[in-house]
Write a protein that binds this ligand. Structure first.
Ligand code: UDP
Length: 474
């Protein structure tokens, strides 16, 4: 391949916004700060990429080539998110191979970077003789669980959900049974347990891992790996997407409305790109908001009775009906008019969190949302829904002291008194002020980690140099 062309990195991520967004930011930095070329492959889950995807695609910076891979053969609509994601990743390998081969004729290939479910594409890197790295878009704590899971699983008697002792990972808060990812709780003979275990085992099959976290938030990054996995792990975060991702609607009125509200007065509520509540819980949350008499911006999704991740692959059919908010309690929109804004399905989140009027964030604790909240110094009400979000919530409350967890009753339901009470604790009281102070200190450390000589920037520079050097040796 022409030695004059700059080395190129091929990045591959699975079909969810929580991966695509930080991957786009990683690619941008490799191009802008490290003199590399970057092509970002996005393994679509369905034939029609969601509006959210199209919107990120439209704002990917110059210099990063974004390619949507063809959707895999269809799975039954009952397939779970993880199953679909893994299926998309596995079926994409042959496309990755073709693209990687054609790239090498134009520029030297420096590395393949995969996400936690795309490790099967590692074979392509071996064939081409380039390193395969993982960019882990969840916290170190989950990565540590993945790395230790084969050993934990082999030693476990009975089911995870019945374990009375928490799991102690080096330097991390203990993980209690009920905080584990749902795939581990359903039962060890299930497919979903087997799938989770195989994803966990795959993490140690790469040549190195970049984690979207930073030392001041997770000081234990890389600890306790002796005898578990021999590979370099570098914290390179927090990498978040700061360009507005505006989906299908003009959201400028949201910022104009926030401009008119007093500083720190608005509660922002969102459950990520995919999180959904049941109808009963949605109603209860609406009534809780009325009860607090607080200003709010609420990104609300159509309720789903069966799963907490019902909107995961983007806007579903029917979402854009005229009557799209018809499920809210009767009269709610009228009663809260002027006090609150309800945004169906999607909001320009990073712009909202950066606004001085926002005082707290009611979040599902998706890792990107958590990092965005930290980078903007906004304390959180932690309302975890699925994946590793309960672990994130515990870490943010117990270890970092920047969130308050909301507590469910015995049926897993959050009452309006509980919701309103937690919001008030953060917005009115001394407790909230302390938390705000801590998260602002953490924000400053996060920004510091990303400056030229900060720990995360140095971590990424080190990796980029390793890739470039091994490329020019060939
Ligand atoms: N996001 C957004 N607007 C929304 C919902 C989500 O911009 O209405 C962005 C959010 O800023 C974050 C990502 O989508 O960058 C969601 O990632 P996260 O890890 O928080 O949750 P997930 O969607 O993966 O559960």
């Amino acid at each position: 391949s022409p030695a004059s062309a700059r080395p190129h990195v091929l990045l591959l991520c699975s079909p969810c916004m929580g991966h695509l967004i930080p991957f786009a930011e990683l690619a941008r930095r490799l191009v802008a700060d490290h003199g590399l070329g970057a092509t970002l492959l996005f393994a679509a889950a369905t034939d029609t990429p969601s509006e959210q995807y199209a919107s990120v695609a439209a704002s990917v910076p110059d210099g990063v080539k974004l390619v949507a891979l063809p959707a895999p053969p269809t799975l039954p609509s009952t397939a779970a998110v993880r199953e679909r994601t893994v299926h998309a990743a596995v079926s994409s390998v042959r496309h990755v191979r073709e693209i990687a081969q054609s790239l090498t004729s134009a520029a030297p290939l420096a590395a393949l970077v995969v996400d936690m479910v795309s490790v099967p594409a590692r074979d392509v890197a071996s064939e081409l003789g380039v390193p395969c790295y993982m960019f882990f878009t969840s916290p170190w704590m989950l990565l540590s669980l993945f790395l230790h899971l084969p050993e934990i699983d082999a030693g476990l008697v009975g089911e995870y959900r019945d374990a009375t002792e928490p799991i102690w990972l080096p330097g991390c808060v203990p993980i209690h049974a009920h905080e584990l990812p749902g795939s581990l709780l359903v039962g060890r003979s299930s497919d979903s347990h087997a799938g989770f275990l195989s994803v966990a085992k795959d993490t140690s099959r790469v040549d190195g891992i970049l984690v979207n976290t930073f030392g001041a938030l997770e000081p234990a990054v890389g600890d306790g790996m002796d005898g578990v996995a021999e590979l370099p792990v570098h914290a390179v975060g927090p990498l978040v997407w700061t360009r507005p991702v505006s989906v299908n609607r003009d959201h400028s009125h949201v910022i104009r409305w926030l401009d008119q509200q007093p500083s720190g007065s608005v509660v922002y509520l969102s459950f990520g790109s995919g999180g959904t509540l049941t109808l009963r819980q949605t109603t209860e949350l609406a009534l809780a908001l009325e009860m607090t008499h607080r200003r709010f911006v609420w990104v609300v999704k159509r309720p789903d009775e069966d799963t907490a991740s019902g909107a995961f692959f983007g806007t579903r059919r029917g979402e854009d009906d005229d009557d799209e908010l018809g499920f809210l309690p009767r009269g709610f929109l009228q009663r809260t008019s002027g006090v609150g804004l309800v945004l169906p399905s999607w909001a320009p989140q990073t712009a909202i969190l950066a606004h001085a009027s926002v005082g707290c964030f009611v979040t599902h604790c998706g890792w990107n949302s958590s990092l965005e909240s930290i980078l903007n110094g906004v304390p959180m009400v932690a309302w975890p829904l699925y994946a590793e979000q309960k672990m994130n919530a515990t870490m943010l409350e117990v270890q970092a002291g920047v969130a308050v967890r909301i507590h469910a009753d015995a049926d897993g339901f959050f009452s309006m008194e509980e919701i309103a009470g937690v919001i008030r604790r953060l917005m009115d009281e001394e407790e909230g002020a302390g938390m705000r102070k801590r998260i602002c200190e953490l924000r400053d450390k996060a920004k510091q980690a990303l400056t030229k000589h900060g720990s995360s920037a140095l971590g990424l520079a080190h990796i980029a140099n390793t890739w470039t050097a091994s490329c020019s040796e060939k």
